[in-house]
Each structure stands twice: as structure tokens, then as C-alpha cells.
Design a protein around this ligand. Structure first.
Ligand SMILES: Cc1ncc(COP(=O)(O)O)c(C=O)c1O
Length: 396
């Protein structure tokens, strides 16, 4: 049975090209309507939003506001709760910076052992700077959480519980609703790293009711450079950067920040990335996120079937993963595997995936990861499986 993506033709980097791109968990390729929107915008005239009374600037302001509304609709939030940043990483750092003057040595921050370094290092530094303790909810060797110690960790003067919505190595999702419920019971705010979940899960952040949710546009078929931060109570946090566009009044010695979410966005907006994000959300909405999810899961089942028939590789991603497969070989280094796959025009990721504590917890140092997006098809899966057979032939 061959599974063909009805959307591959929309991606000029992949359609009819000798490449099987299986690294969408790192970043996605960009479809023609997004490329076209970037070109149209720049051809029509670029402006700085909120800075001029002429057409280019006014149109830029409208694009920025429309994009904010589209993001809010996409994740089930209020438009006033969505801040633009550069990346998931910056969004998380923004929240961490806000706690710098609020923590003491009596406090603690809680993360999980599943985290990408983006949702770990900012908390490590915050704790080093303030003397607060960093606690880690451990992962079992099967890549799951033992929740029995969670209440105690939350009760230890915990000031924030930060956790991922989806592992970039194991592919499974932690029990986020349980995490939030338990955190609420203990009066602890929650931050979710949604980088891996946002393209594969229908979100309703108002219902989920976390305090912060961070994600990136480039995992949603937009070009790099747009990050998002959902903030439940925007007035509760301060900007990471200070500069133009965020004040009510400035004197020679002081400033008064404006109200609302835009005060988190000092400096000129990276508008071209928002043009891309806006067009990417239109693209996804037109297809329907549920249709994308259903297609990816069907293709992933095919990938898993074919992979399991191979000898010599051990799957380390979780059985609940629906879009990424991570594996190791007892014989070959993961970089050798990825490099030979690359020679066969198959793009996968190899290494520690910026999640070293997570890999340690499951007892491996590095692995290969193949991840799928809406443009992948059986041809890509077959090229991947064929490439792995070549690896064995070449390296044995
Ligand atoms: C789970 C997770 N969190 C955070 C990030 C960082 O995202 P960005 O590089 O867009 O800031 C990634 C990137 O792959 C990720 O997989």
C-alpha cells in the first residue's frame, strides 16, 4: 500500500526533488503560498508597524495584528494573550528572566527530565543566580513519569513548574492536564514548552489553563524567526528587552511601560517572519489540522511497520509517539548512520537532540531520529528503509 501526500506538490524544496526530508521535528519546509506571501509583501512595500502614518507602515501594523489574531484562534487563546518573540527559546527565557528578582533561596523551580535544553538551561541559570533549588521530575527508563513524588515537589515552595508538551526524542506527551491540575492544587504556575506539540495537537489553551505556553513558527511550516508566548495574565510579566514601542511615557531618568501584551515586544517587529507565519496558519487551516494529524499518523504507522522488519536497530522512542521515530544501533554510531542516509538523500537528525538528561534517563548517549510532516509519503519512508539497509551493507 502506497501513501501519497496530497500536499507534497505545495513544497518546492521537496516536490520532484531527490530528497526525503525526515526532520520536521527540527524545522519544517515552507509551502508555496507562504513563499508567495513573503514575496508579495516585500514587492508591495515593507514598513515598520506602528511607526509611520503612510501606507507601508499601516499595512505592516494590520499584518501584525491579523497575525496575532490568527495565532490566538489557532491555539484557543485571547488575542491579548499572545506575544511575539524570536523563538520558543526566547519565550521561555522571557519568563525565566521575570523570576530573577522574585526568587529566594527558599524557593524552587520544577522541570522534568524529558526537557529540551531550551526548557532546562534557563531554569538552571535562574537557580544559579538566585540560589533557588531546581527539582526534576524523573523519567523512568521506559520514558514515562512516576507521578507519586509530584505533590511533594510542588509543595516545596515551588514557584513554577515548566514541562514539555511533547518529547523531541521520545515523541510521547506527558500527562499535561494532570500536571496542571496538581500544580493548581499546590498554587504553582505552569509553563509548557509546546515546540513539538503545536503542529500535531489541536490546542485549546483557554481550556488547558496553563499560565504560559511557548512555541515557534518554524515548526508550523513558517520560515524561522517567529516565536510565540501565550501569557494567561499579560500584566503579570515584564519585557525581556527594553526599547522602542513599549512605553506610555519616558523621561530622562525613567519610563512607564504601556499596558497590554505589546509591551513585551520592544524594538521593530520581525515583520517578514509574521507575514510567513500568517500565511502558514492560513495554509494549515485550509487543509485542517485534524486532516494533517490523521495523515501523519497513518504514514507513521507505515514507517513503524517497515522499520520493525529491519534487523539491528533498537527503537527508543515511545510506543505512543505518532510522528517521530528515534532509534539506536548497537553496532554503528548514530552520526555514521545519518551520514550514510544523507548520501542516499535521506535527511534525519542524529546526536543528543539537545535533550541530554532525557537520553541519560533512558540509558543512551545519542540516537537517530526520523520525523514526519504533512509532505512526507511512502516514497520517503521507502528511501529511509532502503538507506538503512545500505548502512548495514556499508558498515558491517
Ligand atoms: C521540545 C523543544 N523545545 C524547544 C525547542 C527550541 O525551539 P526553538 O529552537 O524554535 O527555540 C525545540 C526545538 O527543536 C524543541 O524540540
Amino acid at each position: 500500500m502506497s501513501i501519497n501526500s496530497p500536499w507534497k506538490a505545495d513544497f518546492p524544496a521537496l516536490a520532484n526533488k531527490p530528497i526525503s526530508y525526515l526532520d520536521s521535528a527540527a524545522t519544517c519546509q515552507v509551502p508555496t503560498p507562504v513563499i508567495q506571501a513573503l514575496s508579495d509583501y516585500l514587492s508591495r512595500g515593507h514598513g515598520n508597524p506602528g511607526r509611520g502614518l503612510y501606507r507601508f507602515s499601516e499595512s505592516a501594523s494590520a499584518i501584525l495584528q491579523t497575525c496575532r489574531q490568527k495565532v490566538a484562534d489557532f491555539v484557543g487563546a485571547n488575542v491579548e494573550q499572545i506575544a511575539f518573540t524570536k523563538s520558543t527559546t526566547e519565550s521561555i527565557n522571557l519568563v525565566a528572566a521575570n523570576l530573577r528578582n522574585r526568587l529566594t533561596t527558599k524557593d524552587s523551580i520544577l522541570v522534568t527530565e524529558m526537557e529540551h535544553h531550551s526548557n532546562l538551561l534557563p531554569w538552571q541559570r535562574l537557580c544559579q543566580q538566585t540560589g533557588a533549588r531546581l527539582h526534576m521530575l524523573p523519567l523512568t527508563q521506559q520514558g514515562e513519569f512516576d507521578l507519586s513524588g509530584l505533590a511533594n515537589l510542588l509543595a516545596d515552595n515551588c514557584r513554577l513548574f515548566a514541562f514539555t508538551h511533547g518529547s523531541n526524542v521520545l515523541g510521547n506527551h506527558p500527562p499535561v492536564e494532570d500536571f496542571i491540575q496538581q500544580a493548581k492544587k499546590a498554587g504553582v504556575p505552569t509553563l509548557i514548552d509546546g515546540a513539538q506539540a503545536v503542529a500535531h495537537t489541536r490546542l485549546n489553551l483557554s481550556e488547558l489553563d496553563c499560565d504560559y505556553y511557548a512555541f515557534s513558527g518554524h515548526k508550523l511550516y513558517a520560515p524561522g524567526g517567529s516565536g510565540l508566548l501565550y501569557v494567561k495574565q499579560p500584566e503579570s510579566i515584564e519585557p525581556l528587552l527594553l526599547g522602542g514601542g513599549i512605553v506610555k511615557k519616558t523621561t530622562t531618568t525613567n519610563y512607564q511601560l504601556s499596558e497590554g501584551i505589546t509591551r513585551l515586544e520592544a524594538g521593530s517587529a520581525n515583520l517578514i517572519t509574521l507575514v510567513g507565519l500568517s500565511a502558514a496558519l492560513d495554509y494549515i487551516n485550509k487543509i485542517g489540522l485534524e486532516n494533517i494529524i490523521e495523515y501523519e499518523q497513518r504514514l507513521y504507522a507505515d514507517l513503524l511497520d517497515k522499520f520493525q522488519a529491519l534487523d539491528g536497530y533498537q527503537i527508543i522512542s515511545h510506543s505512543h509517539s505518532k510522528n517521530l521515530l528515534s532509534f539506536v544501533s548497537a553496532q554503528f554510531h548514530c552520526h555514521d548512520i545519518a551520514s550514510i542516509l544523507s548520501d542516499h538523500q535521506v535527511a534525519v537528525r542524529a546526536g543528543h537532540h539537545c535533550a541530554q538528561p532525557c537520553l541519560n534517563a533512558i540509558g543512551v548517549k545519542h540516537c537517530v531520529r526520523a520525523s514526519i510532516g504533512l509532505y512526507n509519503d511512502s516514497q520517503d519512508i521507502n528511501a529511509f528503509i532502503g538507506g538503512l539497509k545500505e548502512v548495514t551493507k556499508i558498515l558491517v
